[in-house]
Design a binder for this molecule. Structure first.
Ligand code: G16
Length: 535
């Protein structure tokens, strides 16, 4: 029998979850009681709405395998036992992708889950770590819950922890910690079963047998085992189709970020003579994805629009504010609504739960559907494989015929990282003050139709999210959106999103097409520096 100890603690003041949980430098997380406080605050916040306690409930735990993942999992198991959870399900090796977490919570009717990840940010003692809580529907905790957690972190005085040895995370097994059963389970099973339900694996197998070739870059994150299993073992992709498939604590020293810069090795191979037909990559926790064809990059905004174009029986679709309006045009053609939410997958949850939306996506390399409540990289790859198998077209042909039908939204995001937080906030406040006077103003052919600070009202629970981003909308459908990132770990990151809609001209250079919009922002913000990253 493990004793439960009550350990006195004091609040940390900086534990407010951001766009996707609490993200900090790893060393910051390794401070005494930092992780313990946060986990206890999660449980204290949840206990308020769980009058019968956690005794009949299951908590799922897993992460993307980054440095400190295993140690953090051991701590969480003990604190969950200290707080009286009936069962704790821990993924073998501590590796569970974010979408797989969502699938496990839903399929096993768990109470919720803790995901240890800083997503696409690098891992290691000097890099990033993160933790987020997912609720019973399998999705990220909504703002009301994360604010409740934050309030608890501000007044915490003690945490409860079982005095027990480490659990062997590498062996499928079951243990008892006091009244808590701890089960180490196979993180692949639930997710694979779900993918088999959604996709026609026989048709995909036949496509690989016919000579179709793919490359998938797991970037040494959590999707490696899923990709080996699903693409190579089950669907018959050639051995070697999965690159960087072994999860590593430091992701091989790279940013596990699926974009043209950080997945450059994959992009290079897709440009070689005799390149495979299809390329894709996922981030560390497997919720982001990048899709490429032979020497052809599919923007995340176009990717979700194409997936929706080929989907049948859509109830509706949704995209975050900064994401291009390519998806809106598909929705209009299919006669279904398109919802525009603030940035953060959590805002899609209530639409998906209410059956208002089937497919959703974000410019930040996130695509998903109502099968789980997280964005899902492997699902996006299987969606593309299904489109390619059915249409027998190349990736480029699919996107180009999409543009011919719907027109093209040229799109880019410019990030200004590590800015002084106060200066960045003031810059946007100053711009916000000038917005009412912008309507009607013109820069060459670009005439402002509307400018304002976006306020979102959830159509289901009517909750309000003010200040979701500044929108400058032009006649003809082009747009500029500005906001501060909610996921950074150092200073502030200003994100500026540019979209130029062209109904006919679909083959021009992206930089050249967006230059006039970039100049408008430089003038409005009196910006002198160059962006640190362009995606
Ligand atoms: C998270 C959220 C996404 C969001 C992205 C960028 O993704 O889940 O919904 O679009 O951050 O957010 P921000 O612009 O505030 O930095 P991930 O993959 O990092 O968990």
């Amino acid at each position: 029998m493990s004793a439960i100890k009550t350990i006195a603690t004091k609040p940390y003041t900086d534990q407010r979850p951001g766009t996707s949980g609490l993200r900090k430098k790893t060393r910051h997380f390794q401070q005494p009681r930092y992780l313990e406080n946060f986990v206890q605050a999660v449980f204290d916040a949840l206990r308020k709405d769980t009058p019968s306690g956690f005794g009949g409930e299951t908590l799922v735990v897993g992460g993307d395998g980054r440095y400190f993942n295993r140690a953090a999992i051991q701590t969480i198991i003990r604190i969950a036992a200290g707080n009286g959870f009936g069962r704790v399900l821990v993924a073998r090796g501590g590796i569970l992708s974010t979408p797989a977490m969502s699938a496990v919570i839903r399929r096993r009717r768990a109470f919720g889950g803790l995901v240890l990840s800083a997503s696409h940010n690098p891992g290691g003692p000097d890099d990033d770590f993160g933790i987020k809580y997912n609720v019973r529907n399998g999705g990220p905790a909504p703002e009301a819950v994360t604010e409740g957690i934050f309030r608890e972190t501000r007044k915490i005085e003690r945490y409860l922890i079982a005095d027990a040895p480490d659990v062997d995370l590498d062996r499928l097994s079951s243990h008892r910690l006091g009244g808590t059963e701890v089960v180490v389970f196979d993180g692949l099973t639930d997710y694979t079963a779900l993918m088999r339900q959604i996709f026609d694996f026989e048709a995909l197998k036949a496509h690989f047998r016919s000579g179709f070739r793919m490359l998938f870059d797991a970037m040494h994150g959590a999707t490696g085992p899923y990709a080996h299993h699903i693409f190579e073992e089950l669907l018959g992709a050639a051995p070697g189709s999965v690159l960087n498939g072994t999860p590593l604590e430091d992701f091989g020293g790279h940013h596990p970020d699926p974009n043209l810069v950080h997945a450059a090795g994959l992009v290079r191979r897709m440009a070689e003579p005799n390149a495979p037909d299809f390329g894709a990559a996922c981030d560390a926790d497997g919720d982001r994805n990048m899709i490429v064809g032979r020497s052809f990059f599919v923007t995340p905004c176009d990717s979700v629009a194409v997936i929706a174009e080929y989907a049948t029986a859509l109830a509706g679709v949704a995209r975050s504010l900064p994401t291009s309006t390519a998806l809106d045009r598909v929705a209009a053609a299919q006669g279904v609504p398109c919802y525009e939410t603030p940035t953060g997958w959590k805002y899609f949850g209530s639409l998906l739960d209410a059956g208002l939306c089937t497919i959703c996506g974000e410019e930040s390399f996130g695509t998903g559907s109502d099968h789980v409540r997280e964005k899902d990289g492997i699902w996006a790859v299987l969606s593309w494989l299904s489109i390619l198998a059915k249409s027998k077209k190349s990736v480029a042909e699919i996107v180009e015929s999409h543009w011919q039908r719907f027109g093209r939204s040229y799109f880019q995001r410019h990030d200004y990282e590590k800015m002084n937080s106060q200066a960045a906030t003031e810059m946007l406040e100053k711009l916000a003050a000038t917005l009412p006077s912008l309507a009607g103003r013109s820069w060459g052919d670009f005439v402002v139709a509307h400018a304002g600070d976006y306020r979102y009202t959830d159509p289901v629970d009517h909750s309000e999210t003010p200040h979701a981003g500044i929108r400058i909308l032009f006649d003809g459908g082009s747009r500029i959106v500005l906001r501060l990132s909610g996921t950074g770990t150092e200073g502030a990151t200003l994100r500026v999103y540019f979209e130029r809609y062209e109904p006919k001209n679909t083959t021009s250079d992206v930089d050249a097409m967006l230059r006039p919009l970039v100049e408008i922002v430089r003038e409005l913000l009196a910006l002198r520096q160059e962006p640190t990253v362009i995606t």
